[in-house]
Design a protein around this ligand. Structure first.
Ligand SMILES: Nc1ncnc2c1ncn2[C@@H]1O[C@H](COP(=O)(O)OP(=O)(O)OP(=O)(O)O)[C@@H](O)[C@H]1O
Length: 653
């Protein structure tokens, strides 16, 4: 297999050639397997898999397709036999008038068979048209459900992410496999009927038919094989090109694209990458043309040999003229069926490679799915305790958390501070049950989280993170989605809106809570970052206020986009969310927001190095005190405003 040429744009942007790693390594041997023999060998398994999917989707439609395809085969055979009868009548003895009379019944049967054939073909097309989207939907739903139910650890694992990426093509391929299956079934049945008729006419005709179709089958295999290998080795390149294209149109990149002139730069790289992909297309097309020409020439030679054989058989008296006439018709339709069949089997095989990725993803996702069942979480837990918790990300040398112990009593506010990368977000993921500790325990009351029903643990957790989801739905649903299974009218949501101070934000929207918050749709509204954070806070309130059981509220950098006044108010509101049945955990870099917490923990390189109240920690003059003082110093009045030694821009005055 020739390695694709690396474009200079690819080197410059991505540091080297992009390759399709996981999916590709799985398929690397696939082109060797993509031969006629292996395709035919794997045929029953492939067809079985596709039929099982179709059976699950709509068994009546599937039965209708099979029946109509079998019916078409029978009609084709009847049609050929009728043609044979017509030939016999035409070339038989008797006056021309008598022969025309003798031809009529055969002609009528042939016409009837053709009508039945086309009616059945229409029926099959309509039923297959129903089956195909259904199968695609079943496969897509399986894919989405599996992706949404795996552990967070799987989602953060780059290998698994790539598998998610590759498997997305499986649903479309499953749909196309149904079409290819129907076509292959059609081809097989009409081939069997033609072969049967040919064998009845003369035994030598069947091998001739195979000889005519074989070169075309070889050609189709070769073209498909080259295309598949090319698609696989260029897939990353194509994806990268698409990514660059998207960057030029994306809203988030729009400012830098213009001000930093990134637009023309990326556009030229996009064009250079597209040029190398086009060169590959051209190479494929040239190869295809040669292969098809050779196949057509060989097939033509075989056809000439067949006609020569027919001539020899007729002149030596081994075959009558009528039989020879029918044979010509049968050979033509049979070779067309065989050629189409080979192509369909080949397509079936090619599509199945993607369907196998889909199946592999489903298997892997099932292995990594969140476990169902477990002990129920007690309604009253009094406190949540982390005991010497350790966690290391799979691709990291050092642990993100190392022997972390802390207690969160219900009704308390606990703050966690620490420098970037100290492990705060990881700690929150452990606390919420999204990650399980690799060492140590997390206990809800007396119960170890590892033995608890995780869906019940999630029930008790409320999350408000800095990058909380901005759902492209209405403002009301953006709040209600904090507990989506609980129905709520605008009146029910009002306390949450008021709590978050989001009243003025909603009042500004054209349709109040019913306004759509998604820029991608016409007529929808967009909010600023700070306004969105108020919606996030309202969602948090809605989730907290709709449960009476003991739980934890985790707030990770909730105020980064709020103005100073809103920030003070937000910290105050979050503190008020601590209720007898709720422990609040607050993660933030804003030191002013944590000083009123009941207890503050300082994380450093994954370890808890200090804890206590604000006053205790300030008195200890440790890491917390220096972080607090450094931030407070920014607001202290400076006695002298430093000026640059020499102005960098000439003063116009
Ligand atoms: N999904 C991940 N895979 C691998 N390493 C990770 C992952 N997430 C975080 N890390 C690493 O774990 C360490 C702790 O990260 P974490 O996000 O918990 O820190 P943080 O204190 O929340 O940082 P920040 O204040 O910047 O948000 C860091 O070294 C980080 O690079």
């Amino acid at each position: 297999m020739a390695e694709p040429e690396v474009s200079d744009a690819e080197r410059e942007l991505f540091g080297g050639p992009l390759r399709y790693d996981v999916g590709w390594s799985e398929h690397e041997g696939a082109h060797l397997e993509l031969t006629m023999r292996s395709a035919l060998r794997s045929m029953p398994g492939l067809v079985g898999g596709a039929l099982r999917m179709a059976w699950r989707a709509d068994r009546r439609a599937l039965l209708a397709v099979v029946l109509s395809e079998v019916g078409q085969g029978v009609a084709a055979a009847v049609g050929l036999l009728a043609v044979n009868a017509v030939m016999h009548a035409l070339l038989g003895s008797g006056s021309p008038g008598q022969r025309v009379h003798a031809v009529l019944p055969g002609l009528l049967v042939a016409a009837g068979a053709a009508v039945v054939n086309s009616a059945l073909a229409g029926w099959s097309t309509s039923r297959a048209g129903r089956l195909e989207p259904l199968v695609e939907r079943v496969a897509t739903t399986q894919y989405l459900a599996a992706a949404a139910s795996v552990e967070l650890e799987a989602i953060e694992d780059p290998e698994f992410r790539r598998l998610i990426d590759v498997a997305q093509y499986g649903a479309g391929s499953a749909r196309r496999m149904i079409g290819a299956c129907v076509a292959a079934l059609n081809g097989t049945i009409s081939l069997i009927s033609t072969a049967g008729v040919l064998t009845v006419l003369h035994p030598v005709l069947l091998p001739m038919l195979v000889l005519i179709a074989a070169p075309r089958g070889w050609g189709a295999m070769r073209v498909a094989q080259e295309r598949y290998v090319s698609v696989m080795s260029w897939i990353e390149h194509v994806r990268a090109g698409r990514l660059i294209g998207n960057l030029l149109t994306e809203r988030t990149a729009a400012q830098e694209v213009r001000v930093h002139a990134v637009g023309p730069f990326l556009l030229s790289r996009y064009e250079r990458m597209a040029e190398s992909a086009e060169a590959e297309q051209e190479r494929l097309a040239a190869g295809k043309a040669v292969t098809e020409w050779v196949a057509a020439a060989l097939s033509g030679l075989a056809l000439a040999a067949t006609y020569a054989a027919l001539f020899v058989l007729i002149s030596s008296g081994h075959m009558g003229l009528a039989v020879a006439g029918t044979a010509v018709v049968a050979v033509r339709s049979g070779s067309a069926s065989l050629g189409a069949l080979v192509m369909n089997v080949n397509q079936l095989h090619e599509e199945s490679l993607y369907v196998r990725d889909h199946a592999r993803f489903l298997d892997e996702a099932a292995r990594r799915t969140l476990p169902g069942g477990g002990d129920p979480v007690p309604a009253q837990v009094r406190q949540i305790v982390l005991d010497r918790v350790g966690y290391r990300y799979p691709d990291r040398e050092t642990p993100a958390l190392d022997g972390v112990s802390l207690t969160l009593p219900m009704g308390s506010v606990t703050a966690v501070v620490g420098e970037n990368g100290s492990g705060k977000s990881t700690l929150m993921k452990i606390l919420s049950g999204l990650l399980l500790p690799q060492s140590g325990t997390v206990r809800w009351g007396e119960a170890d989280i590892a033995s608890l029903d995780r869906s019940q643990v999630f029930e008790r957790v409320t999350l408000l993170t800095q990058d909380f989801q901005r759902w492209p739905v209405t403002a009301a649903l953006n709040i209600r989605i904090g507990r989506p299974d609980r129905a709520a009218g605008p009146g029910d949501l009002q306390p949450s809106v008021d709590y978050a101070g989001a009243g003025p934000v909603i009042a500004k929207l054209p349709d109040g809570l019913r306004s759509l918050l998604a820029r991608m749709f016409r007529g929808a509204s967009e909010l600023s970052g700070g306004e969105w954070q108020k919606i996030g806070l309202a969602r948090t309130h809605w989730r907290s206020s709709t449960s009476d059981a003991d739980g934890v509220l985790i707030v990770d950098e909730p105020t980064s986009a709020l103005d100073p006044e809103a920030e003070i108010a937000a910290f105050d509101r979050i503190r008020r969310l601590a209720a007898p049945n709720r422990a609040v955990v607050l993660v933030t870099h804003r030191m002013s927001g944590v000083r009123h917490a009941d207890r503050i923990h300082v994380l450093h390189h994954g370890r808890l190095v200090e804890h206590g109240s604000h006053d205790d920690l300030m008195a200890a003059r440790g890491r917390y005190a220096s972080m607090f003082t450094a931030q407070a110093a920014q607001y202290a009045p400076a006695p002298v405003i430093p000026r640059p030694a020499s102005p960098t821009v000439a003063d116009p005055s």
